[in-house]
Design a protein around this ligand. Sequence first.
Ligand code: GAR
Length: 212
Amino acid sequence: MNRFAILFSGRGSNLEAILQHWSRPEENPDTRLSTPVLALSNRPDAQGLERARAAGLPAKVIDHKSFAHREAFEGAMIEALDEVEAEWIVCAGFMRVLTPSFLKRYEGRVLNTHPSLLPAFPGINAPEQAIAAGVTVSGCTVHFVDDGVDTGPIIAQGVVPVRPGDDGQVLGDRIRAVEHDLYPRAIARVLSGQVHREGRSVEVKGPPLGRS
Ligand code: GAR
């Protein structure tokens, strides 16, 4: 059984979508091979904390601001992750960059969703970046996390239109609706051993994950 923790920083709508997906094993048989064990926020005011607890998942805050440096913050996270024997990390709106040494500890077992069609628009404010660039489609990318910022091997992408008059908020909401469907299914596929990765090349077994 693959035990995973969900790392987040704010609203937690993806966290909630993941927990809902795992609450329906009859519809989502892939989820039977893994289980969420902890919701971990770096912010004490994150809305996702309540969402996790309401779904019955233990939720913990490790406030990055109370540590002198990143390694100490990540050391505390690893301690909390070890306590619940979490070996996979699912980032869901987690707004801290993970260090190479943290990533080494969980090598090949850290997943993320990003609100753009990577490699376009990495980093913060991706929907705003897409609007400023004038693209007509955008979306989300589920990927393995590597040492770069949003540069890891791509597992699945979902596409949404960018409409005239969109602002970052409207486009971000449209992208999130697709993430809520795609990210849980992609995580379940990875954690049930149906995704093979070699270097940057990723093979997803079963029906295509992406929707456009
Ligand atoms: C999501 O759209 C996610 O892709 C994005 O933050 C949002 C979190 O929403 N992540 C990043 O931008 C990471 N670079 P949520 O808290 O409601 O799930």
